[in-house]
Write a protein that binds this ligand. Structure first.
Ligand SMILES: Cc1cc2nc3c(=O)[nH]c(=O)nc-3n(C[C@H](O)[C@H](O)[C@H](O)COP(=O)(O)OP(=O)(O)OC[C@H]3O[C@@H](n4cnc5c(N)ncnc54)[C@H](O)[C@@H]3O)c2cc1C
Length: 298
């Protein structure tokens, strides 16, 4: 673990909330829905709305999380510019695979009649196998279910080949979790080169890549290459995190007639949001400085 991550890990929850405010829609489902509406109305941006909840252990808290997701389905079902993202560690994976899969299935089944898409986020390497197993089982039954793969992991090309016979939406990103050298690349340039290759591998296997990166040269490289290959602009999309300033490239993508989707998290209980927020801050400690400057007037 590096020094900046260690310092951020020691930050108390309320401080993390202040620093990470630009990355979140606010508190309650209504804040997530309002942000999705506003992003689409003002900028033509799509959203994937996520409840900030990780490391949820108690069965009653897991069930409360499922209930929030079911209410989110109701709130978002008539909004074609919105989808939902969720995580196994908030839906019972610490208790059992069968229980978590059951919870995921309840949410995907509720969203299916409305064509509302659900994306299963990918967490650290300890969860990769179980996440893929649950994904495949539910994808057998429902078409509105997609997954995330991380280009830093050596296993990812094999996971793409074995993903599913049916075409899937697959968010491809470098991965936010630190992973050891036995299983993952350690340099960002290498991870991004793999991301570029894996976008093509996904297309070759009939899947719909959701290219999740803020790296503008990488985005341009993907666009140019896929245009040259004659890949339709409707065969893939780009994704970014709410709060990362990328207005120009976002509008350029929208003007090309392509989907640019933002990850829009909201909180119900801040204590479960802190893990996610700390990772975002570790991703860019400069953000903490910016918030500090805004708060204290330079
Ligand atoms: C929509 C979306 C969903 C994701 N889902 C997952 C997931 O399920 N599992 C997973 O492991 N990872 C997920 N990630 C995180 C992803 O794997 C990367 O860690 C993250 O996107 C940073 O990588 P990058 O390609 O943008 O490159 P980087 O080189 O890390 O970033 C490029 C530039 O973007 C800006 N930037 C990047 N991150 C931040 C940040 N947090 N705050 C402010 N500025 C930033 C900085 O200016 C940075 O220099 C997701 C990312 C996105 C956009």
């Amino acid at each position: 673990m590096d020094l900046k991550r260690a310092i951020i890990d020691l930050m108390p929850g309320p401080l993390v909330r202040i620093f990470a405010a630009p990355y979140t829609a606010g508190k309650g489902i209504a804040s997530g829905v309002a942000k999705a509406d506003d992003l689409f109305a003002r900028q033509g941006l799509y959203s994937t709305v996520d409840l900030l909840a990780e490391e949820v252990f108690r069965p009653e808290d897991v069930e409360a999380t499922v209930q929030v997701y079911l209410r989110m389905v109701e709130a978002l079902k008539d909004r074609p510019y919105a989808s939902i993202s969720l995580k196994p560690t908030s839906l019972g994976i610490h208790e059992s695979e069968a229980g978590c899969q059951h919870n995921l299935r309840r949410i995907v089944a509720a969203a299916a009649p409305h064509g509302l898409h659900i994306t299963l986020d990918m967490e650290d390497r300890h969860f990769t196998d179980v996440t893929l197993r649950m994904f495949r089982a539910i994808r057998d039954e429902f078409d509105n279910f997609g997954i995330v793969l991380q280009s830093r992991l050596f296993r990812t090309p094999e996971d793409i080949r074995a993903l599913h016979a049916k075409p899937c939406k697959v968010r491809i990103c470098i991965g936010i979790y630190w992973e050891p050298a036995e299983v993952a690349l350690q340099d960002k340039a290498g991870m991004k080169e793999k991301l570029f290759e894996q976008v093509q591998l996904l297309l070759d296997h009939g899947h719909y890549p959701e290219i999740a990166t803020h790296d503008v040269p990488l985005i341009r490289r993907c666009m140019e290459h896929l245009d040259q290959r004659g890949v339709p602009k409707t065969a893939y999309e780009f994704q970014m995190l709410l709060g990362v300033p990328r207005t120009d490239i976002q509008q350029e993508i929208v003007k090309r007639g392509q989907i640019l989707r933002l990850y829009v998290p909201f909180a119900e209980d801040w204590k479960y949001a802190v893990h996610y927020l700390k990772r975002r801050l570790a991703g860019n400690p400069a953000m903490a400085l910016m918030v500090m400057k805004n708060m204290f007037g330079n």
